[in-house]
Design a protein. Structure first.
Length: 656
């Protein structure tokens, strides 16, 4: 029920009560409903009925629907064949969201209408009403008749074609029920008259959402946060920060995977347009003063509903700015090499339509984009769709299916990193003034192909245990491509980074004056949805400091470097370039399988291969020495294949 949402439910940052959309709705109604009834001749000659009819409009345009209805009923009582009064009564009931009464009056008026233009006006409204009530057969009947006879009003024809598409799709698919199992979050979370637009951190331990006490256009909205306690229960939500919440309206936010970079919508203060996107960063337990993202992202229009990639490098949001494809489009921006947002671009016609696309959510795998649309084939109103990024294009959006989607509006959809559960907000059917947050398991048919998990922990100084602010980089070693980069918190040392199924990763943790740390994760197959916790201790750059190069690879019993070793070797080169005075040793090690002489020679050859690569790529040979140790210095007992694999390694040691 798009009209209901636009006019009554949310603010300019939700689905959405805002100046642009409301004015568009008013204009749309003027365009769509008035031409058929703009003539000076009315079907009644009863002066009292006409007086009551005009008096009703004084109240209808002010939103006093009950009094308008009373006057229109009185007008009809004066003349039961007063056709225009039935139409206006139907519109008024529709504004009030009483679709049953609206439909009854449209049908009565249609029975009286003689002029084809007036009949088309009724059929257009009835097609919309039946669609919004989920009566697809009746909607299709009215829309087909409308399209058969309406030849002039292009706006209405285009809209009717979209509605017809929904009626056909809904009629075909409404009984194809997927195994969604929606359940409202506990009252601990759903404790406000309205709460919506939920987002979670990648580890699913924090949920942030917008809370609101009323439906008025200027009613305050704030961001609140709830965290899971040790028992796995959500704690009562509290204001996210006094620095973020204010007398303006804050809401519709997004947060990076580690929960330390927040972008949110702010309406009513210090904005380029009606609503802008602002950012804030968390250091320790405190949030920074919000800063406007600037004119390359925000404009003089309506910029809302952000969604941030897991590493905080890409941003998707909704805008009605010029240069778009339809009413509200999804736009995106990327950060440049120094961390500044680039000029926003339209996501394109694969996703955006000439109508409305809203509430985008980019999954932490940075492949699947969820959004709401009232134009892609669906069940009517706003449905939730998903599209997948393929290189530089997006696949055809897929409807998420029934009963998640139905003839009402669905929006604000968040999918957990493992792809198995979703959170979203919706109106309670029995309480129109109450919006709750729900969660549901996702049926297997609509789960993401590339699920994700998180690696998190603390970065510390190895000697004194103090937290360190370090750079944490994730590389896809098959592509030799950096996937993401985050910073550990300067106060706590905490970091969180997302690893998505389908790749082999190298994780590097580095800080000036420290020896970098190398970790390896093979997520090409298997189930890796459980979070991994790894604390990383960095050593100061000093003589005898040693690290294991965990992403150097050789074939069995061979010493030629595999191509996927390139990422690690380039990391070593970067380190040596930044520390030109250092001299290092490359040490080769094996397990105890086979003859000792063979192992010693193999370890020497492997160390030599690494040294040769460094020298051939610009490192002075005088700074590099190599040595094979064979099986002399195991890091683990050679009693299992896993342990033997750990003993087969290349070490990097500072010797001067």
């Amino acid at each position: 029920m798009l009209l209901h949402k636009l006019k009554n439910v949310k603010s300019s940052q939700g689905i959405p009560l805002n100046g642009r959309m409301c004015s568009q709705v008013v204009l749309l109604f003027m365009i769509l409903t008035l031409p058929a009834f703009s003539q000076t001749q009315y079907s009644t000659k009863n002066k009292k009925a006409l007086e009551l009819y005009f008096e009703a409009d004084n109240f209808r345009v002010r939103g006093d629907y009950d009094r308008a209805i009373g006057f229109l009923k009185d007008a009809i009582a004066k003349d039961k064949n007063f056709e225009e009064a039935y139409f206006r009564l139907g519109i008024t009931y529709k504004n009030k969201e009483d679709l049953k009464s609206a439909t009854e009056n449209f049908e009565k008026g249609l029975a009286l209408a003689k002029d084809i233009k007036k009949q088309n006006g009724y059929r257009f409204e009835l097609g919309d009403n039946f669609l919004r009530m989920g009566n697809y057969t009746q909607a299709l009947d009215q829309l087909n008749q409308f399209l058969l006879t309406e030849k002039q009003n292009g706006i209405k024809i285009d809209q009717a074609k979209v509605w017809k598409q929904h009626a056909e799709y809904g009629g075909t698919h409404q009984n194809e029920k997927l195994s969604y199992a929606p359940k409202a979050l506990p009252d601990t979370v759903n404790c406000f008259p309205m709460q919506y637009f939920p987002v979670l951190t990648a580890d699913n331990q924090q949920i942030i959402f917008t809370k609101r006490y009323g439906r008025g256009h200027d009613d305050d909205e704030d961001l609140v946060i709830s965290v899971k306690n040790k028992a796995g229960q959500w704690t009562p939500p509290v204001s996210i920060s006094e620095k973020i919440n204010s007398t303006a309206r804050e809401g519709a936010c997004t947060i990076s995977a580690d929960g330390r970079y927040l972008i949110f919508t702010l309406c009513g203060a210090k904005t380029y347009g009606r609503c802008d996107l602002f950012e804030s960063r968390k250091v320790g337990d405190g949030w920074s003063t919000p800063v406007n993202l600037g004119p390359l992202v925000n404009g003089s229009s309506w910029d809302v509903q952000p969604s941030l990639s897991a590493d905080g490098q890409e941003l998707y949001f909704v805008s009605d700015r010029k240069g778009g494809i339809g009413g509200s489009d999804i736009w995106y921006s990327r950060k440049d090499s120094v961390g500044r947002w680039k000029k926003a671009q339209n996501l394109g016609s694969a996703v955006n339509t000439k109508y409305d696309e809203l509430s985008p959510f980019i999954h932490v795998n940075n492949r699947n984009l969820y959004f709401s649309s009232n134009a892609h084939p669906g069940f009517g109103g706003l449905d939730i769709f998903v599209t997948e990024k393929k290189e530089k294009s997006w696949t055809i959006p897929q409807n998420m299916g029934s009963p998640l989607n139905n003839h009402e509006d669905q929006f604000a959809f968040y999918v957990t990193s493992d792809g198995k559960r979703a959170y979203y907000s919706k109106d309670e059917a029995e309480k129109k003034n109450f919006t709750k947050i729900f969660s549901t398991v996702l049926p297997a048919q609509v789960q993401v192909q590339y699920s994700s998990s998180v690696v998190k922990g603390k970065v510390r100084d190895k000697e004194n245990g103090q937290p360190l602010n370090a750079k944490v980089e994730l590389y896809d070693i098959q592509k030799d491509e950096r996937v993401s980069m985050v910073q550990s918190d300067s106060v706590s040392g905490e970091y969180t980074i997302v690893l998505t199924k389908g790749a082999e990763y190298a994780l590097y943790v580095s800080k000036p004056d420290y020896l970098f740390q190398s970790l390896a994760f093979n997520y090409t197959s298997g189930d890796h949805t459980k979070p991994v916790e790894i604390n990383i201790d960095l050593q100061k750059v000093k003589t005898n400091a040693v690290i294991i190069l965990n992403n150097i690879f050789f074939e069995v019993n061979k010493y030629e470097l595999k191509e996927k070793s390139t990422t690690e070797l380039e990391e070593v080169i970067r380190f040596l370039t930044l520390n030109p005075a250092l001299q290092v040793e490359i040490g080769g090690h094996t397990d105890n399988s086979g003859a000792a002489d063979y192992n010693l020679k193999l370890s020497e050859q492997r160390a030599q291969s690494v040294a040769n690569y460094l020298i051939q790529n610009g490192i002075d040979s005088k700074r590099i020495s190599q040595k094979g140790y064979g099986a002399q210095n195991p890091v683990k007992p050679n009693d299992t294949e896993t342990n033997r694999q750990a003993n087969r390694r290349i070490e990097f040691k500072i010797i001067q």
